[in-house]
Design a binder for this molecule. Sequence first.
Ligand code: PRX
Length: 655
Amino acid sequence: MPTIDKSGEKRNLPTNNYFWPLKRYLDMYKKSLDDPEGFWGEQAKLLDWDKPWDKVLDWKPPYARWFVGGRLNVSTQCVDRHAKTWRKNKVAIYWEGETGDTRTLSYADLYHEVNRFAFALKKLGVKKGDRIVIYLPMIPELTIAMLACARLGAIHCVVFSGFSAQAIADRVNDSNAKVIITANGGYRRGKILPLKEIVDEAVKLSPGIEKVLVVKYTGHEAAFDAKTDVWLSDLMDGAGIHVEPESMEATDPLFILYTSGTTGKPKGILHGTAGYLLYAAKTLQWAFNPKDDSIWWCTADAGWITGHSYVVYAPLALGLTSVIYEGAPDFPAIDRWWHIIEKYGVTIFYTSPTAIRMFMRNGEDWLAKHDLSSLQVLGSVGEAINPEAWEWYYKFVGAENCPIVDTWWQTETGGFMISPCVGIQSYPLKPGSATLPMPGVDPVVLDADGKENCPNTTGFIAIRKPWPGMLLDVYGNPDIYQKTYWSRFPGFYAPGDYSMKDDDGYWWLLGRADEVIKVSGHRISTAELEHAVVGHTAVAEAAATSKPDEVKGEAIVLFVILRKGQTPSVELKKELVKHLRTAIGTVATPEEVLFVDKLPKTRSGKIMRRVLKAVAAGASIGDVTTLDDQTSVAEALQAYEDLKAAAAKSLHHKE
Ligand code: PRX
């Protein structure tokens, strides 16, 4: 039996016979925890530094600053350094539009495009430290715009192109951005997304916006206001080949990405430069084992963290060839993705459980039409993958030849935290488990009182040590940073997930322990939904929860108390659905809206979330776990019966 840590401190390393073959992983893991500075200092050779760091880690809890004193530029790491080697003519991006248009960009092309874009931004007066909101479809310009901001040291803030005008404005105003980059439109399921029109609405709500930079993509006409709007192509006139990159401090911010938490307002997660880039790149290598001839395809939109880290920064830092697809997975038919895998010979494919379950529901015949034999490794992210979907993915997509790399991580972590490490050593997988921690990641399962749990007991996952991809802060809100991540278990980073570690030391991530709902892997908070729905004039009070969904993982259920004089109706439900889509975006579309007279509350006025969840799911209240819920059983049962009766009376509405 391998005794992993001879010092006697057990840590949470696997300790049974199962792990005999794991020497390589365990040695590396042990080194990473015993001497984090030595370990990460060694790993940092992956990057080319303008100036080496003075100190690997400055850890003043809850703030970790990595590679202090070091300098580099992220766009140089992702583009220039490859364009100077044999990779100059290597394909960086195979892009496929929904309409079937394609573009192929070599590293030399990408270098050229990033510099031209940076030139345009400079002409607009963009400089180091400015915040730039990007609202673009999945076209090469999205990657290029992010890299161009990084080149100038401007902080980008990408807003997913499914979000509403209000959601854009909230992010613009919170980040004090002066410029929005958008396109006249994008394509989704054969329709044109009127992105510029949505931005025009957002600009009306964003007094600080000075310029809107527009990429001409779709053919349709969009309104143009010469005072604020400017075409990207017009600004590129006279662009030379090179824009000098800003040499950034390793600890300077690279981007803000807003994500939902337990408050009504999304938080601006602030990520740094060198630590973030190194962590994203190393974790991709460790988890997926890419080679120079790999064809990498991460299907995420760059509007989410998965797109930031594993569509843009990590694959380009590693000089890989990526596929980027603009559109819907089932357009024009359900085999669009399999078609793309066959066409480009994708070797590593990384997607979400929601997508896998959608394909599974449509049957294997769609797969059989395509040659998927190029595939070598398959990945999953965004929510727990249920064993049934895992098996299907393994058997039918990977033809029982490809390991399934189930990566658990978060917007805040910057990169994978718990995941199989095919690039370090192959070891047995268990369907539904994200397996073992990445090197440098030191997780533990705690009970509600912060005591370490024994194996096989569900508790809260907490992380003991900082890692280089860890968020720098919550933008403009250090109190929220401290409160959200560091106060639940003092001294530990608290991700907010339930988890369990089994006898073999394998980790099982069991969903959110807080008021965050995951719809198709996208994060949305109950508070955000409630805040938005009470903004409607007919609504007095509302409570949001979720119920399990076969494809999406979870679906939103809203309990609504109407104002006096308002009558429940199907029309009103439709109106509330529309209201939410306008206030937040399509992600916020509820599956059900139930009109009730009262909400289940404790004597201190706190909503009994467990009761809402049980009624929404049609489950018994005992089936719904919330380790933190202090409500008495009798109170909860009474509230449960009352709410169930009220919900049954309410008109059911499905969109
Ligand atoms: O609950 C976990 C779930 O997604 C949350 C993070 O969401 P977000 O910041 O939007 O990032 C999604 C992409 C990294 C986590 O707190 N989650 C993500 N991946 C997994 C997962 N839950 C279980 N297994 C996973 N592989």
